[in-house]
Design a protein around this ligand. Structure first.
Ligand code: AMP
Ligand code: AMP
Length: 337
């Protein structure tokens, strides 16, 4: 392309940056990572990263934004964007951005998330407005909490009333605790082809809930162990094939509902975080509207991605493939914000 500057792919140095940039390089893009000083030496180790832009802290992002615009970078958001930049900063960015920022307001508010999922006819756990309504085990979640911190479990109304006395956050929700196994389904929706793919699935590994079963309950008695849900890792999962149809349909309904609720709707990678009960019913506890960390298990592809592609396709690489296609078809306006 004589005289035309090629797009580059950039992201913040954390979360799933390695996957995103490896995928971008595999698709032929030049790559940029924006990193804080403590992470620079990490990102220097990898030759698929062409440039490192150093910033003192992620909150200094605005200062280097002009540089990214000059580079004609497309920024790929991941789990650290809202966590480190804050919602306002995130929305304000002027650099090319892969995804629809209109979904951010829906995603960042637990009540709006629920409204979206309900509109999509995706089953969600029951919510209790008042303590007196509690008739089953519940999980109490503070609004800003992420990664399972700031939660508490109560097995019934009495326990809830006891524990809420020492719970500091003022804004929280009381949700039915769904007893089952978790499955975090990693989707990709293409606004170019209007097709939805399931690229991979993980389950989270959470401390301490995922290890409580190692100690028999009679040995736990008297220890006063409280379940906590702090994510420390992820492991891969394939679903029983008969459950896959539900997984696809829930994803499709989520996309259809998004088009009604927000201008442009949701596109690109997203994740439905589900608990599956012994009746093989899914309950979705959360939606993440971007690449999630569990996709890092699949940098060299996944059993599901292999069903669509003859090459190793991670979610990071799938993003780059979509950008490449949009550039080729001169329809980048369909994928960038
Ligand atoms: P970090 O770069 O580890 O500080 O993570 C940035 C954000 O992503 C935080 O909000 C974490 O809670 C979230 N996060 C990091 N790793 C994972 C993971 N393996 N699964 C789910 N969330 C994660
Ligand atoms: P979240 O921050 O909403 O992704 O939740 C963190 C973890 O808490 C999840 O990965 C689950 O293990 C657990 N969890 C959250 N909500 C529920 C629920 N309603 N029922 C059972 N477990 C839940």
């Amino acid at each position: 392309m004589v005289g035309r500057k090629p797009y580059k792919i950039a992201t913040l140095g954390s979360h799933s940056a390695l996957q995103i940039l490896k995928g971008a390089k595999d698709e032929g893009f030049e790559t940029i990572v924006v990193a804080t000083p403590n992470r620079v030496s990490l990102y220097r180790r990898f030759n698929f990263i062409d440039k490192i832009i150093e910033i003192p802290t992620f909150s200094d992002f605005a200062k280097i934004e002009k540089k990214l615009i000059e580079e004609k970078a497309i920024l790929i958001p991941h789990g650290s964007f809202v966590a480190y930049l804050g919602l306002k900063e995130h929305k304000k960015m002027n650099v090319h951005y892969f995804g629809n920022k209109a979904v951010l307001d829906w995603e960042s508010d637990r009540l709006k998330q629920r409204e979206w999922l309900e509109k999509a006819n995706v089953p969600v756990p029951r919510k209790f407005a008042k303590a007196n309504e509690i008739d089953r085990p519940v999980l109490v979640k503070s609004y800003g909490a992420s990664g399972g911190e700031g939660y508490f479990f109560a097995k019934n109304k009495q326990e809830y009333k006891q524990k809420i006395k020492n719970f500091k956050p003022k804004k929280f929700i009381i949700q039915e605790y769904v007893i089952g196994v978790s499955a975090y389904i990693h989707y990709f929706y293409s606004p170019l082809t209007k097709k939805l793919e399931v690229l991979s699935i993980d389950r989270r590994y959470e401390s301490n809930v995922d290890s409580l079963g190692r100690i028999p309950s009679h040995n736990q008695q008297g220890l006063g162990i409280e379940p906590s849900f702090v994510v420390v890792g992820n492991s891969p999962l394939v679903l029983r094939e008969s459950l896959l149809a539900d997984a696809f349909e829930m994803g499709e309904r989520t996309i259809t509902a998004s088009k009604k609720l927000m201008t442009g709707g949701l596109w690109g990678p997203f994740c439905l975080e589900a608990i599956i009960t012994p009746n093989q019913e899914f309950f979705v506890i959360e939606i993440s509207c971007r690449i999630v960390a569990g996709t890092n298990l699949f940098i060299n592809g996944s059993p599901y991605a292999s069903l669509y592609y003859q090459k190793d396709v991670s979610t990071g690489r799938r993003i780059a493939m979509e950008i490449k296609k949009a550039i080729k078809e001169k329809s980048t306006e369909k994928i960038l914000n």
